[in-house]
Design a protein around this ligand. Structure first.
Ligand SMILES: [Zn+2]
Length: 227
């Protein structure tokens, strides 16, 4: 009698534990499903972030309003709209060169840049090249050289047809009229004929003649790279 009661007790205990186990198992399964849902949600968010990264042009920081006074002091006829168009065209040519696998720039680019461009063209440009916008980010007038730095937001499709968003940095040196064979030409003082070493010179250092030399200036692309 005592033995059988103990036996029933053991069976009940096993059932209880078993039941508890089932409850616990159910809890674990539901928790696992929740983790699964969370993982799915995280994956979905990451995918969405990826998608947005692919479809949203890179942001640019423009300093043009702050720099305009300094630029106009050196270049009274500086036309920000025209030069932005030029920069956008140069940014597009960069990716067209990448697609073609060779330098497609004709004029307005330094010889050094032409020579080394092919070594750092991005290898994954397949097509659909777009330039969204261009922003002036810096103006260097510390030395005699004058250098404008621009950013450009661009995109292209890679060989897998995925859109790639990129930001380009372009640097332009104020130079005298150039020819494609020899690169930068130097100007001469209209009074004594001495060479004027840099665009930033305002006075001939040999005869002291005031120089108004900006008329022949052009902006020479000396550096372009992905940010
Ligand atoms: Zn002179």
């Amino acid at each position: 009698m005592m033995e059988s009661a103990a036996g029933i007790g053991t069976i009940l205990l096993i059932i209880l534990i078993g039941g508890g186990g089932l409850v616990a198992l159910g809890y674990i399964v539901r928790a696992a499903l929740r983790v699964g849902n969370l993982a799915t949600m995280v994956a979905r968010l990451l995918k969405q972030a990826d998608y947005e990264a692919e479809t949203t042009p890179k942001s640019l920081s423009s300093a043009e309003p702050l720099l305009m006074d300094r630029i106009r002091r050196d270049f009274p006829e500086y036309n920000p709209e025209l030069i932005r168009q030029r920069v956008a065209a140069d940014a597009k040519t960069f990716y067209e060169s990448a697609r073609a696998g060779r330098c497609l720039y004709k004029e307005g680019v330094s010889d050094q840049l032409k020579e080394r461009l092919e070594s750092f063209l991005p290898p994954d440009v397949a097509g659909s090249i777009r330039v969204y916008k261009v922003a002036l980010s810096a103006y260097d007038d510390v030395s005699e050289d004058r250098v404008l730095t621009f950013q450009a937001a661009a995109s292209f499709k890679d060989p897998a047809d995925t859109t790639r968003q990129r930001r380009l940095i372009l640097k332009y040196l104020a130079a005298w009229s150039t020819d494609t064979m020899t690169g930068v030409k130097k100007a001469n003082c209209p009074n004594c004929g001495a060479p004027i070493p840099a665009v930033g010179s305002k006075v001939c250092k040999y005869c002291g003649t005031a120089l108004k030399v900006w008329a022949g200036t052009q902006w020479l692309l000396t550096d372009i790279r992905e940010d």
